[in-house]
Write a protein that binds this ligand. Structure first.
Ligand code: TTP
Ligand code: CA
Length: 366
């Protein structure tokens, strides 16, 4: 099964947050700045919205210079408020973590994710997952993002860069080679100006040319490890896994149903393997839970959820099954449309050690 790896990057993040907070800014150049305090305008631009970028303004530019470029265009200059962006980032990462199999945040506004299991390696499903992710972030925070999907981290990252802003690039395994070939080698993750000029000296400019270079030639020039990486990156076969960045706070499973349906029993039945998987994850990580959530993605791709929270910690598969069945019954009646995909999430995880129930006393010491 091919891997399905995603990279998500929020568009002009700090500036977009400011636009959402103050919609009257839309259509005007906006720069978010870090003021050094030395003189009134000393400091640099942290980021600029796309309108301001159209005048050549970019991250890292001195504020004075940015203001000059925007003169006469009614710019808005905003002081950076890192805590505000961080709080939003945390909420989005939490939400994303519930929609993918593995999430690896790599910065305040970007993350890699793995959805191989939940899509079964099927790229058309991956596209649907990406649309659901975009819709969810629009709904909860009113923010847009760019997503790339491919069989490796390098390919996924190239995809999200390609799509900015607001885009989605899905690079199926079959299309990988032709997608990569014409790109400049300098676009590859980990290829900076030094490597770029070394490659140029070797007569290599594009990713396609790099992919055709002999491994020994690259290893001689860049060493075994980096030489090997470059070749794999250029072929889109770099094997670096997506590694969860945070302690699990929940486990979830989403499946595409065999057919669209409103029948809660049919949905629950198709989730039984997912529930067993979650139960296995609970057992192997020594956790119990308090909350069960049923997730229904309807035929119009909107997501509906319903949760039940227990007063005491649970780690019983039967309880998960019965709760999911009840929740889908309620969800189905409230939704008024057929389900296309369905999922289960359990959250409110606790270490089993903290539990004082009877089952805990019966559990053999670990
Ligand atoms: P980026 O993802 O590099 O940029 P962006 O989100 O502003 O724009 P886009 O992704 O649409 O190209 O950086 C994320 C945030 O990090 C950015 O909003 C502000 C901050 N940042 C700085 O503070 N200084 C910098 O030099 C850069 C590049 C980013
Ligand atoms: Ca970004």
């Amino acid at each position: 099964m091919p891997r399905v790896i995603g990279h998500i990057d929020l568009d002009y993040f700090y500036a977009q947050v400011e636009e959402v907070e103050n919609p009257s800014l839309k259509g005007r150049p906006v720069i978010v700045c870090v003021f050094s305090g030395r003189t009134e305008d000393s400091g640099v631009v942290s980021t600029a919205n796309y309108n301001a970028r159209g005048f050549g303004v970019h991250s890292g530019m001195p504020i004075v210079q940015a203001k000059k470029r925007l003169e006469g265009h009614d710019p808005e200059v905003i002081r950076m408020d890192h805590r505000k962006y961080e709080a939003i980032s945390n909420r989005i990462m939490e939400e994303l973590g519930q929609m993918v199999d593995v999430l690896e945040p790599t910065g305040i506004d970007e993350a890699f994710f793995d959805i191989t299991d939940s899509t079964g390696g099927v790229y058309s499903r991956a596209r649907e997952s990406a649309y659901s992710i975009k819709a969810a972030i629009t709904k909860s925070e009113n923010l847009t993002c760019s997503i790339g999907i491919g069989r490796s981290k390098v390919v996924a990252k190239l995809g999200s860069d390609m799509a900015k802003p607001g885009g989605l690039t899905v690079i199926s395994p079959e299309a990988t080679e032709s997608f990569l070939a014409p790109l400049d080698a300098s676009k590859l993750y980990g290829v900076g100006p030094k490597t770029t000029s070394a490659l140029e000296e070797m007569g290599i400019r594009t990713v396609g040319e790099l992919a055709k270079t002999g491994p020994s030639e690259l290893e001689r020039r860049f060493g075994r490890k980096f030489g090997g990486y470059l070749l794999a990156a250029a072929k889109g076969t770099d094997a670096d896994p997506v590694v969860a960045g945070l302690e699990p706070t929940q486990f979830s499973r989403i499946v595409t149903l065999r057919r669209d349906t409103r029948d809660p029993e049919e949905v629950t039945e198709q989730l039984s393997e997912g529930m067993r998987y979650i139960h296995g994850k609970l057992a192997s990580s020594g956790k119990s839970f308090k909350t069960v959530t049923a997730i229904g993605i309807l035929t119009d791709l909107t997501t509906k959820t319903k949760s039940k929270t227990f007063e005491t910690d649970i780690n019983d598969l039967t309880v998960i099954r019965e709760t999911v069945s009840t929740l889908f019954d309620e969800l189905s009646r409230a939704a008024g449309k057929e389900f296309r995909r369905a999922g289960v999430r359990i959250s409110g995880l606790e270490d089993v050690e903290g539990q004082t129930s009877l089952s805990e006393f019966l559990r053999p010491a670990r």
